[in-house]
Design a protein around this ligand. Sequence first.
Ligand code: GUN
Length: 292
Amino acid sequence: MILLDGKKLSGEIRDELKIKVDLLKAAGSKVPHLAAVLVGENPASKAYVGNKIRFCEEVGYKSTLISASTDITQTELLDIIIQLNEDEDIDGYIVQLPLPKHIDEATINLAIDHRKDVDGFHPMNFGRMAEGMTSYLPATPAGIMEILSRYNIDTDGKHCVVVGRSNIVGTPMSILLSRKGNPGNCTVTLTHSRTKDIKAELLRADIVIAAIGIPEFIKGDMIKEGAVVIDVGINRVEDSSRKSGYKLVGDVAFDEVSPKASAITPVPGGVGPMTVTALMLNTFKAATKEIY
Ligand code: GUN
């Protein structure tokens, strides 16, 4: 069994990016500049945004954090978006989700200039992705594609079962893996909460993408011998033996599934670090105008 080590890969890509940033500096060009908008006090969102800002510092990008109180109005948030769209120094930015209930995420997403949408959530980028055109890919799917590519996982003609149909992970993953390309060329089954028999679908899978957000949902008896298993879940479950009071587990029961898998991502240290890394790769593309 091969452990698909996202933490190690992320370190390698970080080193590659550092070299590229140094080359930009040496050429007298400006360094990539990422901004992040954080609304409210959600601890997970704060941690994710903190990781993104830290990664920027590590590779030599400029970063700007805009923190807003949870009672910011939608109009005030749209004003921030307009400023970020107009700010010529900022190459790309993200608005961390989820947003408070009184703000419509779709309206905010549409207001983001698609040329600065390094999250790849804007319909222009989503549509271009679906058409097989160059675009900013959403970070988690892009991170998974990078893992499959750098570990030389053969996807051609394989049957891939995606569990979960979110706009951020499941749906784009199903599009990317069915596209003509490498990684790609899979026959994809997209399963979700209304799928009649997920276990039967999973048992036919050469590649499993688990993105449902239910701790250890996929058990050992739901996986075919030799399958490649990509676990997107990051779930906090109670663990009184730890100082924090919780531990992180994926959507896959790792101890049961890993002996049957030919390759598997751990949690933590698998897809998670690659998500931040993919955002950094997108930001570099934004700064060097590779897409638009
Ligand atoms: N919330 C959970 N994942 C993400 C992400 O990739 N980007 C943003 N902006 N918010 C998120």
